[in-house]
Design a protein around this ligand. Structure first.
Ligand SMILES: *Cc1c(COP(=O)(O)O)cnc(C)c1O
Length: 232
């Protein structure tokens, strides 16, 4: 299967999930996750109308940025250490993996330095898994109330990585809970907070995520095939 065929298959499945849930597929934003994928294959995806790419490691992103630059919109989707924010802050359109106030503080400071206002998503650990990053669902309200303090940050929504479960259907309740939190926060009208994007759904679970209200999906293997970590 070519990258083009893979992307078409994903879009077709998105369409079907949207029909099922009475939504328009125009509202779904596709992020191609390019971790471990080489430059040529990323360029091939960009030719197939991919506009946004997601990376989870700072060094890998900055290396690829040298080749690809503003041909794509860059999303940081992996855990970000505060001491590395400075390396990517001028390159990314969105940081989806914000999981602490310490990180908020650093992002805000670095944005101020370069006179930038950045869009972020807050990562929620919806499965309350000790192995995952993200804010505990019970802490999100207290967290988001701090957002107005950070003048160079706009909170644009929530992101999650759902638990990896053998039976696909078992992830549905987690996506439902995410949508509920998203809608509750939407109603609060907090300064600098606009609940616009609900980023959930990966290759294994994006159809269920879309059915449950996701409007941003992050697809890696579904577009590029299995990852080859040995090359990294
Ligand atoms: C790798 C990754 C993805 C994509 O995963 P696939 O299963 O390959 O689609 C999505 N989100 C995050 C945060 C990732 O690290």
């Amino acid at each position: 299967m070519t990258i083009k065929e893979n992307i078409d298959t994903i879009l077709e499945k998105v369409n079907r999930a949207c029909e099922k849930s009475n939504r328009s597929s125009n509202e779904i934003k596709l992020i191609a996750v390019t971790k471990t994928v080489d430059i040529n294959r990323i360029l091939e995806a960009l030719k197939c109308n991919i506009k946004s790419i997601g990376e989870n490691k700072v060094q890998e992103m900055t290396e690829k940025y040298r080749h690809i630059g503003n041909m794509a919109e860059w999303h940081m989707i992996g855990h970000l250490q505060t001491n590395k924010v400075k390396h990517i802050i001028d390159k990314v359109s969105m940081i989806q993996s914000v999981d602490s106030l310490k990180l908020m503080n650093e992002i805000n400071k670095r944005c101020k330095d370069i006179d930038k206002v950045i869009d972020i998503l807050i990562e929620i650990n919806i499965g309350r898994e000790s192995t995952k990053y993200g804010i505990d669902p019970s802490d999100i309200l207290n967290f988001i109330k701090e957002a107005p303090k950070y003048e160079n940050i706009r909170v644009k929504g929530l992101m999650t990585v759902a638990p990896a479960l053998a039976n696909k259907e078992e992830v549905r309740p987690y996506f439902k809970e995410m949508k509920k939190i998203f809608d509750e926060l939407k109603d609060l009208s907090i300064k600098n907070v606009e609940m616009k994007y609900l980023s959930m759904g990966m290759t294994g679970d994006f159809e269920i995520a879309v059915e449950e209200g996701s409007n941003m999906i992050r697809i890696g293997t579904g577009i590029f095939g299995p990852r080859d970590y040995s090359k990294k």
